[in-house]
Design a protein around this ligand. Structure first.
Ligand SMILES: C[S@@+](CC[C@H](N)C(=O)[O-])C[C@H]1O[C@@H](n2cnc3c(N)ncnc32)[C@H](O)[C@@H]1O
Length: 264
């Protein structure tokens, strides 16, 4: 078990702050910017941003089409407008959102924007699944539908398949998952060099192949259109005007996304 990081360490780059900059935020220190700036045009960044857009659409879809108003974001990062809590609250004024992150600065920012009585932020390490489940149990109504959002975070966990497996085994039947994951099975050279740059900065990043990602989601029944590149998942008409295709014919990105549900 790893204790949540309670100190703000500005002496080296940090995954939450670097990812915030890659996602379009402004919460990096100089050392984070040195790592993030060369990656801003990379396939990794494009896939991360589209994964974020996917997560927003999927949560909105759950709120509006499936009346799910309890959402747990695992690894919330620095919330970027519109964040998951805002989308959830906009859909229903009794919505509950639980944001979990082990970065003290990200959690502090999340606390500042997740206002209202129904938003809670917990400093917890996702690999401490007992603590994560205790937070979920404390905040959420076990008789109402629940969704967990694991988007853009599993790549930062070396043992993500085991962590998700343990959580999944203990989540209630019917729980939804909003999931996205960077892959190195597409644009592999680009992704590998971005991963190497992050690794040089001390940030472990773990893209996974499609089979591994599919296996992580095996307990869930996937909603249409299944496991797919994030920008292809029920795209909104107004998005993607600036998206740079990898291959004009396939229009793929180096990530997979899905919305799934544990069977009842
Ligand atoms: C790229 S951000 C993702 C933010 C958001 N989910 C999104 O899609 O934009 C990943 C977040 O996961 C958090 N994180 C990484 N490892 C973690 C761990 N072991 N426990 C809790 N949070 C973790 C980082 O601090 C970071 O804020």
């Amino acid at each position: 078990m790893t204790a949540p990081n309670q100190a703000v360490d500005t002496s080296r780059p940090n995954s939450a702050r670097v990812c915030n900059v890659l996602l379009g935020g402004r919460d990096g220190y100089d050392l984070d910017l040195l790592v993030a700036r060369p990656l801003l045009d990379s396939q990794l960044t494009i896939a991360m941003r589209e994964s974020r857009r996917f997560a927003r659409r999927a949560v909105e879809h759950l709120c509006n089409q499936h009346r799910v108003h309890q959402v747990v974001e695992l690894g919330c990062g620095f919330p970027l407008h519109p964040d998951i809590g805002e989308i959830n609250a906009d859909a229903n004024n009794t919505a509950r959102t639980l944001c979990i992150d082990n970065d003290v600065l990200a959690a502090t920012h999340a606390r500042a924007v997740l206002n209202g009585p129904n938003g809670v932020v917990a400093d917890a390490d996702l690999t401490d699944t007992t603590a994560v489940l205790a937070e979920i149990t404390a905040v959420m109504d076990s008789s109402a539908p629940l969704a967990v959002c694991l988007s853009g975070t599993a790549e930062l966990l070396a043992d993500a398949p085991a962590v998700l497996g343990t959580l999944t085994n203990q989540l209630p039947a019917g729980t939804w998952i909003v999931f996205s994951h960077i892959t190195d099975g597409i644009a592999g050279d680009d992704i590998s060099s971005a991963v190497a740059a992050l690794g040089d900065a001390g940030i472990g990043f773990h893209p996974r192949d499609r089979d591994t990602i599919a296996a992580m989601l095996a307990p869930y029944r996937l909603a249409a259109p299944g496991l797919i590149a994030p920008h292809r998942w029920r795209p909104a008409d107004t998005e993607h005007a600036t998206l740079r295709p990898l291959h004009p014919d396939t229009w793929d990105l180096a990530a997979y996304s899905a919305l799934g549900q544990l069977p009842h």
